[in-house]
Ligand binder design. Structure first.
Ligand SMILES: NC(=O)c1ccc[n+]([C@@H]2O[C@H](COP(=O)([O-])OP(=O)(O)OC[C@H]3O[C@@H](n4cnc5c(N)ncnc54)[C@H](O)[C@@H]3O)[C@@H](O)[C@H]2O)c1
Length: 322
């Protein structure tokens, strides 16, 4: 599958970051949201993601010089030059500008008329996603692949009756896609086998800021692998918190220090977004009917209050400056 131009719909947390990953790999991207202000916000996120990488790369040599100076005293001009040359940014400002320039914003579906692949990343609700998929179905060429970043909805139901029903599949990235390489790929009942395998092959050839992407093929099943396992962990962490077993900080600390997890369940939920976590848990509970997936009251009340995690500045924790 050759992807010269891709489309992304929904310029939020995931859509902008997916657009950045595609552009980072040399693909032209059209990024759509509902109005110009949201598109601009999304393009700003793309710029911010790229800037972070440029700053990280530019800081490598000065940081190393500072580290050596602290350990062994001042370096000579020659030694400084050597470190600076060795740790010269692999990803320069100029390359960053090229990546940003590859992402073009739009509010118009007609800009998707020549895409090879489009990924929708709008709100996790059937009633929002379905009209977007219908509009894309009419806008994209016959040969194009229609991907959904849904975390938990049925792709078979989302794609039912579309002209592209056989070219529609789940392409589920993780947050943030520029550092987390996993992509869960799942076809629906009608999806063509070659569309699934070609998409996996295509993703296998991409890299994010840290790693080559790791696409895995999964069956169409609510929440796939990662969220299916994480949802009961968050539910149990909330139950532990509600019962007064320990504070949220200590529960997170316990899972990091005792289970080797890089983030605790509450920190992770705040990063993912509590609305997304709730939606995933509700879908799993509804689909499997198993109480282990039942979302906790604490999670519900936080979402009711609009405390959605990092993106709103408050969730299980408070975040300054968001
Ligand atoms: N946040 C995560 O950690 C995460 C991880 C993996 C997958 N997902 C999935 O990605 C999708 C998006 O999640 P998010 O966290 O980026 O949400 P978000 O709320 O940050 O962004 C959604 C964006 O979609 C836009 N949108 C809504 N309706 C639209 C329409 N009709 N046309 C165009 N744009 C529209 C919104 O304006 C918003 O900018 C969801 O399906 C979610 O389940 C999220």
């Amino acid at each position: 599958m050759r992807v010269a131009k891709a489309g992304v719909v929904g310029a939020g947390t995931m859509g902008s970051a997916i657009a950045e990953v595609l552009a980072y790999n040399g693909i032209e991207v059209v990024l759509k949201d509902v109005d110009a202000a949201l598109v601009e916000k999304g393009l700003g996120k793309v710029r911010a993601i790229v800037d972070e990488l440029v700053r990280f790369q530019e800081a490598r040599a000065p940081k190393e010089i500072e580290r050596i100076t602290e350990l062994a005293g001042e370096l000579s001009e020659g030694q400084r030059a050597k470190v600076t040359a060795k740790l010269a940014p692999k990803f320069t400002r100029a390359r960053g500008d090229e990546v940003v320039a590859r992402v073009r914003g739009t509010t118009d579906y007609s800009d998707f008329r020549d895409v090879d692949l489009v990924i929708e990343a709008v709100f996790e609700e059937y009633s929002v996603k379905r009209p977007v998929l219908e509009a894309l179905d009419a806008a994209i060429p016959d040969y194009a692949v229609l991907g959904s970043n849904t975390s938990s909805l049925s792709i078979t139901r989302l794609a039912r009756g579309l002209k592209h029903v056989r070219e529609t599949l789940v392409v589920h990235f993780f947050n943030p896609p520029y550092t987390l390489p996993l992509v869960e790929v799942a076809g629906g009942i009608e999806t063509r086998e070659d569309v699934v395998t070609d998409t996996v092959d295509f993703l296998q050839g991409l890299k994010n800021h840290r790693y080559p992407l790791v696409p895995i093929r999964v069956k169409e099943s609510p929440a796939f692998v990662v969220n299916r396992l994480l949802a009961p962990v968050l539910a149990e962490a909330c139950a532990a918190l509600e019962s007064g077993l320990a504070s949220s900080r200590d529960i997170d600390a316990a899972m990091k220090a005792g289970a080797g997890m890089p983030m605790g369940p509450f920190e992770l939920a705040d990063l993912v977004g509590l609305d997304v976590s709730l939606e995933v848990a509700e879908t799993l509970y509804r689909e499997f009917g198993d109480p282990k997936f039942r979302p906790s009251l604490t999670l519900r009340r936080l979402v009711d209050a609009g405390h959605l995690g990092r993106k709103t500045g408050q969730g299980f924790y408070e975040y300054a400056g968001t």
